[in-house]
Design a protein around this ligand. Structure first.
Ligand code: FES
Ligand SMILES: [Fe+2]
Length: 464
């Protein structure tokens, strides 16, 4: 693969053409990464034990002693605030005979609470927030045998970025910030750490975790899966490989570079009207990608602007007035250079399993991870965030929400309807492997290119 890319770049420089974007040639992917149980088992040590994983928000652990658990295959972690400025993580397992210290209730997303000590339910060993064993019943029965080293909880790397807590099971891992680049630098101006949950739902899909994520990492599916959006404008866009990560964005209409972002204009003769319609539809049927302030400001466009106002001025007026309305209630949008807005696109796929769909005042994030070693199942999470006046953030919890629950409204279930179907279709003898669009779906090829470096198998191949 890398050879192919190098060859293309050499050819380009020889002919003075601009170099091709990495992975822009037509490639195909094997189905092993989606379907093989052996591959799913190998992910345990080769992938999940090596990568940074997002496990929750910093604000979820507000007070010292606040903890939550995170499960990834055989490993359960306790992520706990040990001091006002410190979050640590430990394997959730008692050093005595291996009982988990915190049980996750059946069917729950995680376990959480506030503790000064974690007490094992088996023989009562106790651990303090620093992970040290603070009490062993009848300790004298181990003369000189129990040390801090052999009784402490095993610690796991933790760091924060963007308001999220991230863990890495690899004691030798590279720092989070370095791992996240160039996403971290391009997203920093959006001040994602100031966003708070508006709603968050999770469910189990009958598909591999990659199938679930890949359904959201390209815009190529919009006309086929969400045809009603096409009456409001064009929602097709690019996808770029960004090292181990990737990002996607809308193609900018001619002369309207500012309109590549997620907060975008409707199309047609009167963008005042179509933007209001698009905003209403999005709010009602997707329940994400916009806010009440933006919807309300869009409704006023026909009153506030004369007929025939050029599209770029409609966009500017809409965003400026929504920004002003929010500022008046104590919600301050970050100021981001339009060039950075264009380059950052609409969503980042953080390797391997987290997507950040950012905007100036809201975001939509997805994550997916294995459900045991069954390659046909995954745990999927969708969370919508927004900027709120301080103290007015809603209280939310992870709600288990089956795909047919009306709470999902209508747009996301259109995406969900492809999940199990794709998983089944890829098993067909007549299917020769995914062939992502080299422009709009390059993010998918890039995911598998990077997976292959961790897994040692599955490198995308030349399609021809
Ligand atoms: S297994 Fe925890 S105290 Fe025995
Ligand atoms: Fe979709």
């Amino acid at each position: 693969m890398s050879e192919t890319v190098d060859n293309i770049q050499e050819t380009d420089s020889a002919t003075m053409e601009p170099p091709a974007e990495p992975l822009s040639q037509p490639l195909t992917i094997g189905v092993e990464a989606y379907l093989s149980e052996e591959y799913a088992r190998a992910e345990r040590d080769k992938l999940w034990a090596k990568v940074w994983q997002q496990v929750g928000r910093v604000e979820e652990l507000a007070k010292t002693g606040d903890f939550l658990t995170y499960e990834i295959l055989d490993d359960s972690l306790i992520v706990v605030r040990t001091a006002p400025d410190t979050v640590r993580a430990y394997y959730n397992v008692c050093s005595h005979r291996g009982r988990p210290l915190v049980d996750v209730p059946p069917g729950a997303h995680d376990a959480r609470g506030r503790r000064r000590l974690f007490v094992c339910g088996f023989h009562g060993w106790r651990y303090n927030l620093e992970g040290k064993c603070a009490h062993v019943a009848e300790r004298e029965d181990w003369p000189c045998g129990l040390t801090e080293e052999n009784t402490s909880l095993t610690e796991v790397k933790v760091d924060t970025w963007g308001g999220w807590i991230w863990i890495n099971l690899d004691p030798e891992c590279r720092p989070l910030r370095e791992y996240l680049e160039p996403a971290a630098t391009l997203l920093d101006p959006f001040e994602l750490e100031n966003m708070r949950f508006r709603w968050r739902c999770w469910l189990v899909f009958d598909c591999n975790w990659k199938v679930a994520l890949e359904a959201f990492m390209e815009t190529y599916h919009v006309p086929g899966t969400h045809p009603e959006f096409m009456s409001f404008g064009s929602f097709l866009g690019w996808a770029k490989a960004q090292g181990r990560h990737s990002n996607i964005g809308y193609d900018a209409p001619k002369g309207l570079d500012e309109n590549q972002a997620k907060l975008r204009l409707g199309s047609g003769d009167d963008p005042r009207v179509s933007t209001a319609e698009l905003q209403n539809f999005t709010w009602e049927h997707a329940n994400t990608n916009t806010t009440r302030t933006l919807v309300d400001a869009a409704q006023r466009l026909v009153d506030e602007l004369p007929e025939g106002t050029p599209a770029d001025q409609v966009l500017k007026h809409w965003l400026d007035s929504a920004r002003r309305d929010d500022a008046a209630r104590g919600v301050n949008w970050p100021t981001v250079d339009p060039v950075d807005i264009g380059r950052s696109g609409t969503a980042w796929q953080i390797f391997p399993n987290f997507q950040i769909g950012h905007a100036l005042n809201n975001m939509l994030c997805y994550s997916a991870r294995p459900y045991g070693y069954d390659p046909d199942k995954c745990v999927f999470e969708a969370a919508v965030y927004e900027l709120y006046p301080p103290g007015e953030e809603p209280r939310t919890t992870w709600e288990y929400t089956p795909a047919d629950d009306p709470a999902w409204r209508t747009v996301l279930p259109q995406d969900f309807s492809n999940m199990a179907a794709v998983q089944k279709g890829m098993k067909a003898r007549g299917f020769s492997g995914p062939k992502p669009n080299p422009y709009r779906e390059r993010s998918i090829v890039n995911l598998h290119h990077n997976l292959a470096t961790y897994m040692g198998t599955g490198e995308p191949r030349d399609l021809t």
